[in-house]
Design a protein around this ligand. Sequence first.
Ligand code: ZN
Ligand code: ZN
Length: 263
Amino acid sequence: MLVDYHLHLRASVSASEELDHTVEAVERYVERALERGVDEIGITEHVYYFIETRPFWALPYQLDRCREALGPYCDAVLEAKRRGLPVKLGLEVDWVPDRADDLAAVLEPFPWDYLVGSVHWIGGLAVDQKPGLWADRSVEEVWALYTRELEAAARSGHFDVLAHPDLVKIFGDRVEWDWQPVIDALDGVALEVSTAGLHKPVGELYPEARLLRGASRITVASDAHLAEDVGRDFEAAVEHARRAGFETVTVFDGRSSRQEPLG
Ligand SMILES: [Zn+2]
Ligand SMILES: [Zn+2]
C-alpha cells in the first residue's frame, strides 16, 4: 500500500496560493494519486489558516493567512470520504512550545484521522526561510535549536507523525548530527518520509537515513501544494524507506493506526 499523507489543497492554477478546501479539489488530488499508484491520501492544511487558532499566532505570515474556519475544511474532506474517496482528514500543526496543550484542546473536537507536527519557526524566526534563524547563528546552533524543538514536539504526545523531520537541512547547510535524543523521544510517533526535500536546495529526501532508521513506523508524503505533485518521486521514497529497513507503512483512522505492507 502507498499513502500520500501530507497534502495542501490548492486551486489548480500553478504557483497559486489560493486555497481550495472543496470536495472537487479532493477529487483532483485523488485522481492524481491513483494515476501514480497511491492508494490513499491525507489532507493536512497548515493549522495557522484557521481562525479558531488565531490566538496562537504572532507573525504577519501566519496572521495574514488566518481566515478560514475548521468546520468547512473538515466537512469537505468528510464529504469526500462519504462519496467513497480514499482520503483521510489531517492537519499540519505547528509546534508552539509553551502553548501546545492549549492548541491541542482547540483541535480536539474535530474528527481527525491524524495530526502531523511540524517545526517551521522558533521564537518567531523561520527554519525554512532565510535569513530567519540563520541570520546570526552558526549552522550547528540552528541545528541544535531545531532538533531540541522537534524532540519536544515528539515528546508532547500531541502528534501522530512528524513532518519533514530533518527540515533543518533544507538549504544544504549541515553538520554531522546525533539524532539519538530525537529517536528516543519518538515512542511510536511516525516519521514522514517526504519527497519535498528533493525540490529544495538540499535536493534530498527527508529524513536522512540515520534518523529514519531510528523510527519504528513511517508515513510517505509529497507535501504537494498542487494536485499535479501528489505522489511525486514516490519510487525514491519507497526505496529510501526499504533501505532503512521498513516493510510497512502506517495507515491512520480516527487517530488509531495500523501497519500495511509498503509499496
Ligand atoms: Zn511543513
Ligand atoms: Zn506541508
